[in-house]
Design a protein around this ligand. Sequence first.
Ligand code: IPE
Ligand code: IPE
Ligand code: MG
Length: 243
Amino acid sequence: MGLKKKIRLKTIPQHIAIILDGNGRWAKRRNLPRHMGHKQGAVNLQKITLEAHQLGVNYLSVYAFSTENWKRPKDEIDYLMKLPKVFEEEYKDAFKEYDIRVVFSGRRDRLSKENIDLINRVEEKTKDRQGLTLNVCIDYGSQYEITEAAKSLAKEVKDGALKIEDIDILKMQSHLYTKDLPDVDLLIRTSGEIRLSNFLLWQVAYAEFYFTKVHWPAFKARHLYKAIKHFQKRERKFGGLKG
Ligand code: IPE
Ligand code: IPE
Ligand code: MG
C-alpha cells in the first residue's frame, strides 16, 4: 500500500503549521537569484495546500514573512510583497474549486495599501468556504502577537470591561490572531534549521515537531506524507500518562 493510503487510515493532524524556509538556498544551489526561490516557493505553497486539503487536514498555517524579515535587502522585500497578488491571481480558481478558506495573521500596519486591500478582499470572499483553512502569516511574529494580546487585555481591564480574575488561557487565546484556529498538531520546518524563529510560540505548546533538510520549493507531497507518518508514530500525552 502506498504511503498516502497508509497515512489516511490513521489520525490526520487537524492543524499543520509549516515554516517555509530555504527558498534562497534552493535558488543558490541552482545558480538562480534568490527571488526565483521565492517564486517557486509560492508555486509549491499552492500544491501543498491542495494536497493537505485532500488528506483531510483542516487548518494549514504557513510562515511567509516574519516581523524580522524586514531586515532583508529592499529588493528582496519588494519582491516578496508582490507575491500575495501573484498568488491570488494564479490560484484563486483552484482555491475556489477546492473550497479553500484563506485567512491572514500578522501586523497590518506595515503592509502596503494594496496588500491590506487584498487581505481584506480574500478573507471576505472565502469566509464561508468549508474546505481547508489556509492561514498565511505575513509580517507575523509571535512575540509581537502575544504582546499585543497582553496590551488589549490590559486596556479592557482599565476600561472596566474585564476583571483581572477573568483572564485565563482561553481569554488570552481569544486575543491572538489565531483565535478561530485550534492549536497546532504538527509543526514542520523545511531546510534544516532547528528553530522556531518566532513562529506560533503559544499555539505549538503541544505540537509535534518535524524538521527536514529539504528546501521549501522542493518539498513535495511525499515529504508531507512522511512528516504525517512520523506524527502518527508519536505518542501524544499532553502531560498525562501513556494511553
Ligand atoms: C524562506 O526562505 C522565505 C522567507 C523567509 C521569506 P529564505 O528566504 O529564508 O531562504 P534561505 O533560508 O535564505 O535559504
Ligand atoms: C523564518 O525563516 C521566517 C519565514 C520562513 C517566513 P527565516 O529564514 O527568516 O529564519 P531565520 O533567520 O533563519 O531564523
Ligand atoms: Mg531562511
